[in-house]
Design a protein. Sequence first.
Length: 342
Amino acid sequence: MTQFSFNRRTVLHGVVTTVASAAACLNPWAQAQAQSQTQTQTQTPDDFPNRTIALWVPWPAGGATDLTMRLLAELAGKQLGQKIVIDNRSGAGGTLAMPVLQQAAPDGYTIAQMPQPVFRAPHTQKVLWDPIRDTTPIIQISGVTFGVVVHANSPFKKFDDLLAFAAKNPGELSVATNGTGTTPHVVMDELCAARGLSYIHVPYKGTSEQMIAVSSGQVMAGINSNGFAPFVDSGRMRLLATFAEQRSKRWPTVPTLKELGHGISATSPYGLAGPRGMQPTIVRKLHDAFKLAMFDPQHVAELAKFDQELAYLNTEDYARAMRENFAAERRTVDRLGLARVQ
């Protein structure tokens, strides 16, 4: 069984590095950082928080992750007595929050969601940041359900119909994902490469754009995380397969890739982290607030809309899971001989 699979032909040029000169020009948080550093000099951990906290989400507004994180931020803000504002920074396969954390002051006022691509990108692309070195883990929250969807009127009734079409029509199957280098992209690439198939990869920055493309027939199929749920439940799309170890409780009739004999399962647990060097007292306050928020019935219900469940890990356990995840991605890349793109 392959977990978070790659192959030698996977193209990951979309996972771009942020160079210093570009950061200076395109750095929307620079002024806030300077203000943060000034205020940090006069406050102690006991004062935290005494102003608004920025939570960076590396996906577009309106997608499943954005929606669930907004509710979580609202609930956690009530626990902390300060507003938590979501800032979206989409693109580069979900890695653009890392430069934000790398440059932010470790005062607790800048935190970010940590999706799977941040542990993958440093092994396949030269970047200026490190997801372990440059962060302070806070808490793990949940994970996503990946699946393959087609338009409700599509002639593809089963997942293997996609592969059969690709075999008969080389280079004609168009498949949309939520970005180059994301788990949906590398899984599809692995499946096709293992069978000598070619397809057209169409990356999108987020779920909303991608689902519009699939539902309107601009592309033949889409692979994404739980954002497809409303489209499947409303009958606008057909779910052909999911990527988890077990069938989804929400769609129990839909098989998994592993069940279909493809030997692949893929999940992407995610959590929250801040910049390197945050004080333990601040980390604990954030952890406690977000833990209460994530177990709030409102948040649990919101996750359920996208077939997600809680996957809580405390700060220490999440730190260990991040290190293990990062190391596992490196082993996969080394095993498949996938060199960094220079």
